[in-house]
Design a protein around this ligand. Sequence first.
Ligand code: MG
Length: 388
Amino acid sequence: MKNICLLGSTGYIGINSLKVIKANTVRYRIVALGAGKNIELLLNQIKEFRPRFAAVINADLADELKSKLNNMRNTEILYGTEGYVEIATLSDVSTTIAAMTGSSGLLPTFSAIAAGKDVALANKEALVIAGSLLTNESRKRNTNIFPIDSEHSAIQQSIQGHRREDLKRIILTGSGGPFKDLSIERLSAVTPEEALKHPNWRMGRKISIDSATLMNKGMEAIEAKWLFDVEMDQIEILLHPQSIIHSMVEYMDGSIIAQLASPDMRIPISYALSYPRHLKGEPASLDLLEIGTLSFEKPDRKRFRCLDLALTAGKIGESMPAVLNGANEIAVNAFLEGKIGFLEIPQIIEKTMERHDTVPINSIDQAIETDRWAKSWAKELLEKMVGK
Ligand code: MG
């Protein structure tokens, strides 16, 4: 029996994690749930999974939740970052699913690793901000970071049974998002609603925008660098509009191993929890005859500047990816709120990166401070942009 803390339980990955857990209650038990503001859904999840702990974003929501739970006093309610850290590090938790969005998940994720937990990681921003800290801590504590990201799950499956020194490169695939074929002129006028409609995957709001800008793919390259200990130059990005091959690994002799599956997040979630086993799940078998064709294209780093900026930040390394991430969070939010256009997202990120003098990130406090710095600069740039 694996005791699980699920951070981000009301988001898209959280909801699907609970589906995987519910389908295998012999193996998995929910000990704690962490959510943000969606009290109604959390309430239903508490009633169904009966966790010992739950955490929400602030004290007011914690009080509201407590009053709604009045006759179910078996679940203790905590709140804020401290609350998330507490549930992620509970002594009887063996695996923490880190599925919060953005930099808010960094400290709880790091704390879980430092407390010796295995982490099933969907919160890729945590690795982008502080990849060296997280992976070093994981090595030190002898814990595992299992990716809940279809590409990295594919890579992890493709390196099983192979020798590390034989690996030549990683081929990271991506659909190209909803705007793959749009001209610069069209891109300048796309709306948040259009950006939220991904052709193959259903996802949360932040990652949907990151997928549309291809920032998500660039961040995934940084994520792969840390998870699989490769250089940025060893990672090639290939667009694959069908989203059937989820990534590939090439070996020294020219062999390429790929993983194929339906675009269904329950598959990588299940593998992250059951590694190295492939347990029976609910997703349907892949019908390759129906799919018929698999095609590949080169990504356009000029039209999709966020991809270029992310790959550049990944190569510069140290604190630059954290700055990229912080500025991106501000810019994506502004786009979602209708304050800026789609093509202004990379402008804010690039200008913030230009302002930054890179330093090594040696502590979690420093990572958090860098994130704050990037966000405040990006906000300032945003105000100038919106005000003009
Ligand atoms: Mg992905």
